[in-house]
Structure formats: structure tokens, C-alpha cells
Design a protein around this ligand. Structure first.
Ligand code: BTN
Length: 326
């Protein structure tokens, strides 16, 4: 597995001003050869970073890009007991973390890109290089696995509270169980995998993707159903600053969940629940149901009032708001 490369990072820092820089000059500044610089540029091009190259002038960045700085993030989190690694590229932070057996909780694994990013229900999570947040967090709970049902809701609340800190009006909502939504468009999602351990402990791998600098207008995979923090705020965002505010926030939500359970979050959930009293469709691997969403129970399951008046408790699934026909 490849950790973030220092030279790649340094070349991008030099190009950050958007001006042309000659390969020789870059090489001299970094004490590497011109051909080593050329190789880094080729690598950056494979990551779809837009670089213009002109003979006798050198290389220029066509778009801002700010890479993750593991040391900077670690420095700002030094008072928090969590360890982290930043990778240049991984198939998926989730599968990588699941393959490790020796990490102590909490541990965070971050990638600049994922080549096989995973969403819920075996969907693909599009994860282009250097644009968004892709992380997986290993957290061991002193709880039985049956008590972790509300974990995806708590994770969504942690994401919302960090995103709201960037935006004065607090417009971010959650579509049960895990889609973070801004005015009908998805900005973040999480994928929770839990495993029972010995002595009543449980291990959770919490995968989180947040769209930060990806722009629907620029992206080949563009879809009108998603947005990003950059699109919302109309400015390029330094992901390092998002990480240093989000990671301690996430850990404090997880700790509170471990100590107090989901009941401590019900009120907060009610303020972001986008489905409450709306007509919805709930699809799981077997069934497709329709009804009116009536909030959640103490386990975080969705309460669905069906057309015959009966209440169905949904423990998992994908939800869609049914728009009233015009
Ligand atoms: C969803 O909304 O479907 C869940 C998306 C979860 C994506 C994140 S990105 C980091 C982690 N690694 C993965 O492969 N998936 C999760």
C-alpha cells in the first residue's frame, strides 16, 4: 500500500500558484532530477489533475488542488487519542481496514483516491483523486453488536454537525439511515460494518465519503442528484481543515453513543430527519414498501405507517421520498 508521496506533494505545492514552472527549476528546488519531476507530472496526470505543459515554459496547474497533509492533520489532533494514516491511493479504505488485524481503536485510514470505492448495497462510490473525503474509522465499542443498530444515524449526525459548522443556516438533513442531503441533493454517505468480538465488545468499521471539491459541472460522472461543499459555498475547500474539525467531532459522537446509547441523539435526529411525516418508499434486498415515515424507534429503526394503518418497523433499507404527483 502506498502512503502519500512527499515529492508528489512538494511538486504540487510549487505549482499551487497557477504559474508555469520549469522542470529543471522544480528539480533543483526539490533536489531531484528533471526526469523525476517529469515522472511525478505523469503520475499527477493519471490522477486526472489538470496540468498544462508548454515546451520551454514548463508546467502549470489549471485548477487548484490541495493535497492532504498527514503531519498537519496529526499535529492538530495530537491531543486526541487516535491514530491515522493517509494513502495516496487505495482500492477502498473500507476493504483495507477490514484486512488489518493489529490496529487499536480508534484508527482512521484516509485515501486521496479510491479505485474501488464502495457504497451501500454493493454500489460504487466514485472517489476521484484529491477532491473529496474518503475515510474509514475503526472503533471498538464496549457494547453488544445488537446495540449498534443506531450507529449509522449517529455517524450521519456527526457529518451534519461538521458540515453545519461551515454553513450558518444549518440546512443539512439526513435521509434515513445514512444519506446526508442538501436541498434534495446528496453530499455524504456512510457504510457501517460491524463484527462481534469476545467479552461483549464489538468492532465497527465506519466508512465515510463526503463530497468536498468535486463539481457536478466538471465531472464525467456528473449527476443532478449530488452536490459538494465547494458547489454549495462557491469556493475551493482545503480538505485538511475539514479533517481536523470532523475527526474529533466524529470520535466524540461515537464516544457519546458508546456511553449513552441512541436515546441521547433522538432530539438531534428529529431536527435533521428529512423523511418525517413524508410519503416514502423503503427498499431492502427483498421487499419494497410504501407508507408515511413516522420517525425512528430507540434502536434507530424507521417507523413506516402503511396504507392499511399498520406500523412496519424497518431495520435496514434504502429510502426514497415519493413526490406528490402534480
Ligand atoms: C453510501 O452512501 O452508499 C455509502 C458511501 C460510503 C463511501 C465511503 S468512502 C470511504 C469508505 N470506503 C469505501 O469504499 N466506502 C466508504
Amino acid at each position: 500500500m502506498k502512503k502519500s508521496s512527499q515529492t508528489l506533494f512538494q511538486v504540487l505545492e510549487i505549482l499551487q500558484d497557477g504559474q508555469f514552472h520549469d522542470g529543471n527549476d522544480i528539480g533543483q528546488q526539490l533536489h531531484v532530477t528533471r526526469s523525476a519531476v517529469w515522472k511525478v507530472i505523469q503520475k499527477l496526470l493519471t490522477y486526472n489533475i489538470k496540468i498544462k505543459s508548454i515546451k520551454n515554459k514548463g508546467y502549470a496547474l489549471l485548477e487548484p488542488i490541495n493535497l492532504l497533509d498527514q503531519l498537519y492533520i496529526q499535529k492538530h489532533l495530537s491531543s486526541h487519542a487516535l491514530s491515522l494514516d493517509v494513502f495516496e491511493s487505495l482500492p477502498s479504505t473500507q476493504t483495507y481496514l477490514k484486512s488489518l488485524s493489529n490496529k487499536s481503536s480508534p484508527y482512521i485510514c484516509i485515501a486521496e483516491e479510491q479505485t474501488e470505492g464502495k457504497g451501500r448495497f454493493n454500489r460504487t462510490w466514485y472517489s476521484p483523486f484529491g477532491k473529496n473525503i474518503y475515510l474509514s474509522c475503526l472503533y471498538t465499542f464496549q457494547k453488544d453488536i445488537s446495540e449498534l443498530a443506531g450507529l449509522s444515524l449517529v455517524t450521519s449526525l456527526a457529518i451534519v454537525s461538521t458540515l453545519n459548522s461551515f454553513y450558518i443556516e444549518g440546512p443539512f438533513k439526513v435521509k434515513w439511515p445514512n444519506d446526508v442531503i442538501y436541498h434534495g441533493k446528496k453530499i455524504a454517505g456512510s457504510l457501517i460494518e460491524v463484527q462481534a468480538e469476545t467479552n461483549g465488545f464489538s468492532k465497527a468499521i465506519i466508512g465515510i465519503g463526503i463530497n468536498i471539491n468535486m463539481l457536478p459541472t466538471q465531472d464525467p460522472q456528473a449527476s443532478s442528484s449530488w452536490t459538494s461543499l465547494r458547489e454549495i459555498l462557491d469556493q475551493y475547500i482545503d480538505r485538511n481543515s475539514v479533517y481536523i474539525s470532523f475527526l474529533p467531532n466524529l470520535i466524540s459522537y461515537l464516544k457519546k453513543f458508546e456511553q449513552e446509547g441512541l436515546s441521547a441523539f433522538i432530539e438531534e435526529w428529529n431536527t435533521v430527519d428529512i423523511l418525517k411525516n413524508q410519503k416514502v418508499q423503503v427498499k431492502d434486498l427483498v421487499y419494497e414498501r410504501q407508507g408515511t415515515a413516522k420517525g425512528i424507534n430507540m434502536l434507530g429503526h424507521l417507523l413506516l405507517e402503511q396504507e392499511d394503518g399498520s406500523l412496519k418497523i424497518c431495520s435496514s433499507g434504502d429510502t426514497t421520498l415519493i413526490k406528490p404527483s402534480a
